[in-house]
Design a protein around this ligand. Structure first.
Ligand code: ZN
Length: 432
C-alpha cells in the first residue's frame, strides 16, 4: 500500500524538477535568515542564483554536527521564534546538545512522511500501535505518534521508560498489533516473554517497525522468529526531522527516501568527494521543505549506500541500504577496526543475552585492552558458575574468530545499563 501516490510514485524527471525548485527556495531562505549560512556562502563565494540543477549541490559547503553545536540553541533557526511551535533536542552525549525547531508546517510534513513509512509496512487505521520509544526531547516517540494518529490508527503511548513486564501486559491486554521501538528493545521484550511464559501466539502482534539504532539482517531474523512478526526498518535522525527520512516497503530491500523532502548524497568521509554510484560512504542530506531548521548538505556520520532503479512496489524514490554503522562509532583496537554493532551481532547469538552491553577500552602499560560487560537474563545469572564460565569462554572465542578481537568478558545482571545508556543498546567508554 502507498500512502501518497502523487509523490511516492512521481516520475523521476518531475521529481527532480520539484527538488530543484524546493532547493532554490531553501537556499534563498537560509541565505536571508540564517547568519551561519550567509557567512559560509559568502566565504565560499557561492552565488545561489547559479544553483540551477540538483547536481550543482556539490558546490555548496557541508554542515556538520559541530556547526549545529556551535549555533546552540537557536542560531540555525530560519524563522522568528514566534513561528516555532515545537522544540526537540539531539543527543548531548559529547559536548553541547542541539536544539531543533519546528514550525506548524514542519510538523504537518513530519506527520505525512511518518504516515508513509507506517503504510509502507502495512499499518492501517485498524491497527493498535504501541509506541515504546522514550517520550522526551528526542524525536522518535512524538514523530511516530502524530504520523500514526494522522492515519487514524489507535496509538498506545507506552514509552520505553516503564518495566518490560508492564510493557508486555499492555501489549497483551490492549491487543497491540504493531510495535514501534528500537530493535534491541524488541529483543528485550521477546526474551522477557519467554521468562514470563507467554507464547507470542497469545498476543495480537503482527508487525514491528524498528529504528533509532544500527541493526542487521541477523537481528531482524531473530526478532521475527522470537516475536512471530514481520519486522521493518526505518531511518531518521533528530537533526533532519526525526523518524520519517526513509522506510522499508513490503519488498524489504532498502529504505525509500522521501525525496520530495530531502536530497540525498553519499560521500567518501575522507576525501569528501561523491562515491561512485552504489558505493558505500557517509550519508549527506539537504532538507528542502523544512522551515524552522533547514540544513544544507548535513553530514550524518551514518555509513550506507544507495540502490538506484525501480522497486517492485512502484515507488520511484531512491532506496538506501540499512545503516551499517556510524563513522564516529568506529573503534580501532590493536590495529583492528571494529564497530560495536558487529560485537552486538556476535553476542546476541548466545541464548540468554540481553541486548545491552558496555565496552570499556583502556591502555594498560602501552597495550590496548577491551572489556565487554554484558547483561544476561536473571535465570541465567542464577545458574551455576561453571555454566557462566563456559558461556564467557564461548563468547570470547566467537569474538576472536568472527571479528578478530580479544576481549575480557564480564557478565552482569539484566537492566544494569538500561537507565544509563539512554535507550542505546551499547555504550563505549574509551579511557585511552
Ligand atoms: Zn519499494
Amino acid at each position: 500500500m502507498i500512502h501518497n501516490e502523487k509523490f511516492e510514485k512521481m516520475p523521476r524527471r518531475e521529481l527532480e524538477q520539484l527538488q530543484t525548485e524546493r532547493l532554490q527556495s531553501t537556499l534563498n531562505r537560509v541565505y536571508r535568515n540564517v547568519e551561519f549560512y550567509r557567512k559560509k556562502f559568502d566565504e565560499c563565494k557561492i552565488d545561489i542564483e547559479k544553483i540551477t540543477a540538483i547536481d550543482d549541490i556539490k558546490n555548496l559547503p557541508f554542515t556538520t554536527k559541530e556547526d549545529l553545536r556551535n549555533s546552540y540553541p537557536y542560531g540555525m533557526f530560519a524563522v522568528p521564534l514566534r513561528d516555532i511551535v515545537r522544540i526537540h533536542s539531539s543527543s548531548g552525549r559529547t559536548g553541547k546538545p542541539i536544539a531543533i525547531g519546528y514550525t506548524r508546517n514542519d510538523l504537518k510534513n513530519w506527520s505525512e512522511i511518518v504516515a508513509r513509512l507506517l503504510v509502507a509496512a502495512g499499518i492501517t487505521e485498524h491497527d493498535f500501535l504501541q509506541i515504546a520509544f522514550d517520550y522526551s526531547m528526542f524525536t522518535g516517540a512524538f514523530g511516530i505518534h502524530y504520523g500514526a494518529e494522522s492515519l487514524g490508527a489507535s496509538v498506545i503511548p507506552s514509552s520505553s521508560t516503564r518495566k518490560i513486564g508492564d510493557q508486555i501486559m499492555i501489549m497483551r491486554d490492549y491487543k497491540t498489533s504493531a510495535l514501534l521501538s528500537t530493535p534491541s528493545y524488541a529483543i528485550d521484550i521477546a526474551n522477557n516473554l519467554k521468562e514470563m511464559n507467554i507464547h507470542p501466539e497469545e498476543l495480537n502482534l503482527r508487525l514491528g517497525i524498528f529504528g533509532a539504532e544500527a541493526w542487521s539482517e541477523k537481528i531482524r531474523a531473530t526478532i521475527e522468529e522470537k516475536l512471530h512478526i514481520s519486522a521493518f526498518n526505518h531511518y531518521g535522525i533528530n537533526e533532519l526531522v526525526g523518524p520519517g527520512t526513509s522506510g522499508e516497503c513490503s519488498e524489504k530491500n532498502g529504505l525509500h527516501i522521501n525525496e520530495d523532502h530531502f536530497i540525498v548524497e553519499v560521500i567518501d568521509p575522507h576525501s569528501l568527494e561523491p562515491v561512485s554510484p552504489g558505493g558505500e560512504g557517509e550519508l549527506v542530506f539537504t532538507t528542502i521543505t523544512r522551515e524552522g531548521f533547514p540544513l544544507i548538505r548535513y553530514r550524518t556520520g551514518d555509513l550506507s549506500s544507495l540502490i538506484d532503479g525501480p522497486c517492485d512496489c512502484g515507488r520511484t524514490f531512491v532506496r538506501m541500504n540499512r545503516v551499517a554503522a556510524r563513522t564516529d562509532d568506529l573503534i580501532v583496537i590493536k590495529g583492528v577496526n571494529v564497530f560495536p554493532a558487529q560485537i552486538e551481532e556476535v553476542l546476541l547469538r548466545s541464548e540468554g543475552v540481553a541486548p545491552h552491553f558496555q565496552i570499556i577500552i583502556e591502555n594498560e602499560d602501552g597495550i590496548d585492552t577491551m572489556e565487554i560487560l554484558i547483561e544476561v537474563s536473571d535465570s541465567l545469572f542464577n545458574d551455576e558458575i561453571k555454566r557462566l564460565m563456559e558461556m564467557k569462554s564461548r563468547m570470547s572465542k566467537m569474538l576472536l574468530t568472527d571479528i578478530g578481537i580479544t576481549a575480557r568478558i564480564t557478565l552482569v545482571e539484566q537492566e544494569t545499563f538500561r537507565k544509563t545508556s539512554g535507550g542505546k543498546p551499547y555504550v563505549v567508554i574509551d579511557r585511552r
